[in-house]
Ligand binder design. Structure first.
Ligand SMILES: [Zn+2]
Length: 394
């Protein structure tokens, strides 16, 4: 007997065209052939807010011994790609607004394996955050409550938690993948502890410079609300050896503390060489590095992402762009050309690229004259450049 029910076969990347509308931040001077240089501020100088709501009751704690980005318990060369929440056979509520685009459920399942990570029974909710696709996974379920194509909202009951798949005890593995839902896209995972927290708490993130993977990061005093927390753990910088581990698109952190009580904390690493004092309020997500040397931080984080010339172009243009992450690791790059209606005209690049500057020559085909957009995804960053195609003889 085969009880497997799997829906929504293709939950790989799905195009959406509306992203163009709200990305009108580009600069363009149509009278000249110009360079477009985009400056990226890799972290926020101001407190942000949680983006989602917590999918479990506030009396349930996260597993502080196995946080996002920590070495994988079965293979330390890999890392934990989500957040484990210690909920036992209880209702899970949607953390976000979105649509259920996959329900994998087998009532006889004890070993799972509906995808390489051993998710067991799981559901996928496709959401949009900051005009980017965010795919939300709920793993190891006892059973789903929601059905395929259900619209869900923060707080909508979506499943009963369980212990199916590659799981050593009842818990919810909550995972966020940006841009792509599929398993094997580098740097697409995000730390859920920066997306939601227990009511009345905040979160802190930062980047220990030149930190080796899994560098210990201490926080004082104890930031956890008690109850529900019964354990306290220090943090570790993310294990970026695992190519799936990504930093936040705005925060660009390499460590984070979630469920932090309002207060002022001292964070140290590398024997005190890294030391930050930071205050956090309820619902706030605070950059520990923003309090020191703001001017310096900003200028150091400016980075050439891409330049394109000539623009306007007639028959061809050249794109120079930077691949790789801040550590000099390779990154997944997708560069696609879209028209004004958001239709993809061409894929200029799609694959893993070594860190460094790359150059692409694009020779136009039958495109009409007019405005186009080049969307560059480099690891966990996405940028859009505007292009103008003009007649050849002008
Ligand atoms: Zn997990």
């Amino acid at each position: 007997m085969n009880f497997f029910r799997g829906y929504g076969q293709n939950h790989e990347f799905e195009e959406y065209s509306l992203f163009l509308v709200s990305n009108l931040f580009f600069y363009m001077n149509p009278r000249h052939t110009i360079f477009l240089i985009f400056l990226v501020i890799g972290s926020s100088l101001y407190p942000q807010q949680f983006r989602f709501t917590r999918p479990v009751p506030d009396t349930v704690q996260n597993n502080g011994n196995y946080l996002y980005g920590e070495p994988n318990f079965q293979n330390p060369l890999l890392a934990h790609t989500g957040l484990d929440i210690s909920i036992r056979n209880d209702t899970i509520r949607s953390a976000s607004r979105g649509m259920v685009t996959f329900v994998g459920y087998n009532p006889n399942d004890t070993v799972g394996g509906y995808e390489p990570g051993g998710a067991g029974n799981y559901i996928l909710v496709r959401s949009i955050w900051d005009n980017k696709l965010a795919y939300i996974y709920y793993f190891h379920l006892k059973k789903p409550i929601s059905s395929l194509y259900d619209s869900v909202y923060p707080g909508t009951p979506v499943a009963i938690s369980g212990n199916t798949g590659n799981s050593t005890g009842p818990h919810l593995h909550f995972e966020i993948r940006m841009f792509y839902s599929g398993y094997s896209y580098p740097r697409t995972r995000r730390n859920p502890e920066l997306w939601f927290g227990i009511q009345g708490t905040g979160a802190i993130y930062g980047r220990v410079p030149d930190a080796s993977n899994s560098t210990r990061v201490d926080i004082f005093p104890d930031p956890k609300p008690r109850p529900p927390y019964t354990t306290f753990s220090y943090g570790l910088t993310y294990n970026f050896n695992d190519t799936y581990i990504g930093s936040d698109d705005i925060y660009n952190e390499n460590y984070a503390f979630g469920d932090v009580k309002p207060g002022t904390y001292t964070i140290t690493a590398n024997g005190g060489a890294y030391r930050r004092v930071v205050s956090v309020g309820a619902g706030q997500v605070v950059n520990a590095d923003a309090a020191v040397g703001i001017e310096t931080d900003v200028s150091e984080q400016k980075e050439l992402i891409a330049e394109i010339y000539p623009n306007p172009f007639s028959s061809s243009f050249t794109l120079r762009y930077h691949a790789g992450d801040d550590e000099g690791n390779f990154s997944y790059v997708n560069i696609s050309l879209y028209d004004l209606l958001g239709r993809r005209i061409a894929v200029l690049e799609d694959g893993v690229k070594a860190a460094g500057v790359n150059e692409i020559n694009y020779r136009g085909k039958e495109e009409a004259d007019g405005i186009y957009f080049l969307r560059i995804v480099n690891g966990n960053r996405a940028h859009i450049l505007k292009l103008l195609k003009i007649p050849v003889n002008k």
